[in-house]
Design a protein around this ligand. Structure first.
Ligand SMILES: *Cc1c(COP(=O)(O)O)cnc(C)c1O
Length: 451
């Protein structure tokens, strides 16, 4: 094999050649050797989608150990929104890691954590007084939002929604709707979690107001507002299938929460940070959440998450009641401050809108001649295509899986999602260039035509 990875990888980040190039079938021999070690050493439950061993990434590509360069339409699940190796993030991380990597914020606080809190208090929806607490993962943020809501209200119950996804810890598994792969065999789950129907315009044909009324009736009859601490909801459901609720659904729920002393928690772990064309998706639906859980795009891939919300709720838990050894790690905070600067100064919400126009335009173009694309939906650079059996509209998971497999084999990283597994989702890094994005979508179109 004549290609070595060294020349392409040396630059890393956005300096990588922005091209799709396959020099082997996937996985190539070098990736195969590493993946063989994975199956020997790593628990089988930790599966992977793309059969490569990554050695570099940046702009809109991921490079593997054999020198294959794949177009990235997944961003490591909506995380590397600013792009891998963004120079501002790299510089901030290098500077911080050389100074100190940990003191524990609960022992010896440091400014970076506080600056991230100030930034999130400013950037999240609403101009009320806000406070923030930092954690490590999205699931941990959602769990802490529930802790805070329970502590503030003195009530036990929590409502989550059909098709919702909130994480893999015990409480967040309970909040998550889908059994396979997230819950099966892992119970019993946390008590006092109830599930309400949401709004899925493609499948329920309900107006937002009617869908909210259906959910509220169930909550009032089966839970009771006086027992309910919080509802936890993704403004656009991520793993559940990029389900955009009908207009009016979220505001009606938020109004009901306000009238009943229930904390409205927006899980913006996947939708947050410019992804949908605004800093937070809640803004597009006209709701101001009481608490917002964030993670994924917050720090360009460093483990960091946050709960941000009304100061009086955030202050309800007693001193020492919130925290964790690593929460708000200084290197992750440095990465977040750099990433937040990039979101604002490089107008990434605007870039997400432009990318979304390309994604939605190309996909609706395919849909106009291919009835297997039942629905194309999303906001900004969070767009999905739902595959169906024409005629019946029944979900076609096999088609989504086949298209995803073919795309990956042809050098384009795409992800699937959806309760029925029949949704192909697109979450490109906002650092991808238009030509590469179009080339990736050419591969998607060809894979679908061949499927
Ligand atoms: C990914 C995700 C989570 C869980 O985040 P982790 O960092 O994987 O724990 C929670 N909620 C939503 C909406 C997510 O997309």
């Amino acid at each position: 094999m004549s290609v070595t990875v060294d020349d392409t990888v040396a630059a890393g980040g956005p300096g990588l050649p922005q091209r799709r190039r396959l020099v082997t079938a996937l996985p190539g021999p070098a990736s195969q050797a590493i993946l063989a070690r994975k199956s020997d050493a790593v628990a089988a439950g930790v599966a992977h989608t793309v059969p490569i061993a990554a050695v570099a990434a940046g702009g809109g590509v991921v490079v593997d150990a054999d020198g294959n360069s794949l177009i990235d339409l997944g961003s490591g699940i909506a995380v590397t929104t600013v792009g891998n190796g963004h120079p501002k993030v790299v510089a901030a991380v290098q500077e911080q890691v050389a100074r100190f990597s940990h003191t524990c914020f609960m022992i010896s606080p440091y400014e970076g954590y506080i600056a991230v809190a100030e930034a999130l208090n400013r950037l999240t929806p609403g101009d009320h007084a806000k406070k923030t607490a930092l954690f490590n993962s999205g699931a941990e943020a959602v769990e802490n939002a529930v802790k805070i809501a329970r502590s503030a209200t003195g009530r036990p119950a929590v409502v989550a929604f059909d098709h919702g996804y909130h994480g893999r810890t015990n409480l967040t598994m309970a909040l998550t709707a889908k059994a396979m792969p997230y819950k099966r065999g892992f119970g019993p789950f946390a008590p006092e979690v109830y599930r309400a129907p949401g709004s899925y315009p493609f499948r329920d044909a309900l107006s937002g107001v009617d869908a909210a009324a259906r959910a509220i009736t169930l909550i009032e009859k089966q839970v009771g507002a006086e027992s309910l601490a919080a509802i936890v909801i993704e403004p656009i459901q991520g793993e559940g299938g990029f389900i955009v609720p009908a207009d009016g659904f979220l505001p009606a729920l938020a109004d009901w929460c306000r009238a009943n002393g229930v904390v409205f928690v927006a899980d913006e772990v996947q939708t947050g940070f410019a992804r949908t064309g605004t800093m937070f998706a809640s803004e597009q639906f006209g709701v101001v959440p009481d608490l917002v859980a964030t993670a994924k795009g917050i720090a360009a891939g460093f483990p960091l998450s946050a709960v941000t919300g009304r100061a009086e709720l955030m202050d309800a838990a007693h001193p020492g009641g919130l925290g964790g050894t690593y929460g708000g790690n200084p290197v992750a905070c440095a990465a977040a401050l750099a990433a937040l600067d990039v979101y604002e100064t490089e107008n990434l919400p605007g870039r997400a809108v432009a990318i979304g126009e390309i994604l939605a335009g190309r996909l609706t173009g395919i849909q106009s001649t291919d009835p297997r694309l039942g629905d194309v939906r999303g906001r900004g650079a969070m767009v999905a295509a739902e595959f169906v059996h024409p005629g019946t509209g029944a979900p076609d998971a096999a088609l989504a899986a086949a298209v995803a497999r073919a795309c990956i084999a042809d050098g384009v990283i795409v992800l699937t999602c959806g309760t029925f597994g029949n949704v192909l989702r697109f979450l490109p890094p906002l650092s991808i260039d238009d030509a590469l994005l179009h080339e990736g979508l050419d591969v998607v179109a060809a894979s679908l035509a061949a499927a």
